[in-house]
Write a protein that binds this ligand. Sequence first.
Ligand SMILES: CC(C)(COP(=O)(O)OP(=O)(O)OC[C@H]1O[C@@H](n2cnc3c(N)ncnc32)[C@H](O)[C@@H]1OP(=O)(O)O)[C@@H](O)C(=O)NCCC(=O)NCCS
Length: 176
Amino acid sequence: MVQTGAANDESPLSPVVIRVDEVNAMTQGAVRTLIDIDLQTFSEPTFSHYTAAAFLQSGHVYTLTVDSGVIGTCVFMRCWARPGDANLLSMGILPGFRGQGLGQRFLLEVLDHLRERALMGVTLMVADDNRRARKVYADAGFTETGVRYEDPRTNEGFIQLRVQLTEPLLAALPTL
Ligand SMILES: CC(C)(COP(=O)(O)OP(=O)(O)OC[C@H]1O[C@@H](n2cnc3c(N)ncnc32)[C@H](O)[C@@H]1OP(=O)(O)O)[C@@H](O)C(=O)NCCC(=O)NCCS
């Protein structure tokens, strides 16, 4: 299941040792992990078993592990409009582990990995009022693209953010 991993305990703010893994196999355990963390993270489910399996097979999934186990996931799909970009579909950290700098460390490590894969950029949608997530994304270099979406059921507003990972002229063909 795990392709790459890295330990990182150098943050002065958080001494927690983390490991970031790229999940490269579609197993029942991986499907369950994606769904479990998603259900504890968002107000409505992002994944069914079918879509979780599809993202594990055709998207790109990273997990964040501490000594108690997997506490976070990050799910990407390839952007159709900009084939050099990845789209961050969902990122979540289990409730008891939030606000300790772990999301920031997780995201930076994942972005480094995508940069090494010559991805040109990452886009995502985030709720307008999700201050914590927006801070994490802004600190990682994400800026607003001007694209907005409003959920007609709740009137909740979402904004699109993007970060440039690799300069276009220097980018090799993406291999994600
Ligand atoms: C969003 C999420 C992944 C961030 O991970 P995290 O580990 O909680 O975040 P971190 O602790 O690394 O960083 C949080 C930052 O936001 C800041 N912050 C927290 N609440 C804030 C608020 N109301 N307004 C502004 N900044 C806030 C913190 O101070 C910290 O910044 P700092 O490091 O400069 O002090 C996590 O909280 C989560 O899973 N939330 C629920 C799911 C979600 O919203 N996912 C993103 C959807 S796009």
